[in-house]
Design a protein around this ligand. Structure first.
Ligand code: GRG
Length: 308
């Protein structure tokens, strides 16, 4: 039995790895345009749970992918996530003043800067994937294989973050305010808004190692989809139950904005049961991978047990 402190140690090491990768990718705050670069660093560095990068590292461990390639993938996903938070907090969207325990980017800087921060972080995410180091230093065929894989990764992240993924989910979310949604409609929204990027984190991490066969890919995908949805169900419960101080963002906003959520549709108790069911599906999907999936298993536990 692995002690939970072991997971915490692993998480700390990998949070530090992605922080270093992000530090290197983000332009220095003194470079022109300095205000934009400073705001980009403010939005990204030193905050957040880094769940998506951790999923990428854990999936990388599953397929034997380590080193700087998986850090590039982890950073790329986190940059997309950070961009989405900056834009989501804008007055034209969720209009929030607190994120990761500090003033949101448009409050700390201004709206136009926040818009440009999000745009620039999105571009930087694809830059991170495009400049990913090769898996081996060997010239020739292996490098060509790396490049083909990299293109697949760019395609995957583009799909996950665009109108058929996260941005599309956000559009549905904005259109749903004040409406009553059926459970399948809510699920469709969250598979896109939250689930798509979490799925991308897992798959991009896995792509940094050895190829999985078709059945293994499908199984990992099943894990990723279930844990992505579980993440959102738990997020809805926390929004209803946790405090602003614990969350580092304004609690209770879903009800305040009359948004359909798992809590508004199912109630807290059934929403918690649903999170458990999705968690169990995710854990089952990992079984064929055995000990190689240890970190993904622990992350799945963290996603449903988290308190912030
Ligand atoms: C603006 C294109 C665009 C999309 C925004 C992700 C998103 C879509 C909005 C964020 C609002 C929200 C609360 C979504 C629910 C799930 C979620 C993504 C929570 C925040 O992620 P955490 O908990 O945040 O991983 P940290 O700060 O820990 O990284």
């Amino acid at each position: 039995m692995i002690a939970s402190s072991d997971f915490q140690g692993w998480a700390r090491v990998n949070q530090a790895r992605v922080e270093t990768a992000l530090q290197k990718l983000l332009p220095a705050a003194h470079l022109a345009p300095a205000r934009l670069h400073e705001a980009m660093r403010y939005a990204v560095l030193g905050g957040g749970k880094r769940v998506r990068p951790l999923l990428a590292y854990a999936a990388g461990e599953l397929t034997g992918g380590g080193g700087e390639r998986v850090s590039a993938a982890a950073a790329a996903v986190e940059l997309i996530h950070a961009y989405s938070l900056v834009h989501d907090d804008l007055p034209c969207m969720d209009d929030d003043v607190l994120r990761r325990g500090k003033p949101t980017v448009h409050v700390q800087y201004d709206e136009a800067t926040a818009l440009l921060v999000g745009d620039s972080l999105q571009s930087l995410a694809f830059h991170a994937l495009a400049q990913m180091p090769p898996a081996s230093e060997a010239p020739g065929a292996e490098r060509i294989g790396d490049r083909a894989r990299q293109l697949e990764m760019v395609e995957l992240l583009a799909q996950a973050s665009g109108s058929r993924g996260m941005a599309g989910g956000q559009a549905i979310d904005l259109a749903s305010v004040g409406k009553t949604l059926e459970l399948p409609e809510l699920e469709f929204m969250h598979i896109h808004k939250t689930g798509a990027l979490i799925r991308a984190a897992v798959l991009l991490g896995a792509y940094c190692g050895e190829n999985l066969n078709r059945a293994e890919c499908d199984t990992l995908d099943h894990f990723a989809k279930n844990i992505g949805l579980a993440f959102q169900v738990v997020d809805d419960v926390l929004d209803a139950e946790a405090s602003t101080a614990t969350l580092g963002k304004t609690a209770g906003k879903d009800a305040q904005h009359n948004k359909p959520t798992y809590v508004s549709i199912l109630g807290v108790t059934r929403a918690k049961h649903l999170a458990e069911e999705l968690h169990s599906n995710a854990q089952q999907a990992l079984r064929p991978f055995g000990a190689k999936a240890l970190r993904l298993k622990q992350l799945a536990d963290f996603v449903v047990q988290r308190e912030f």
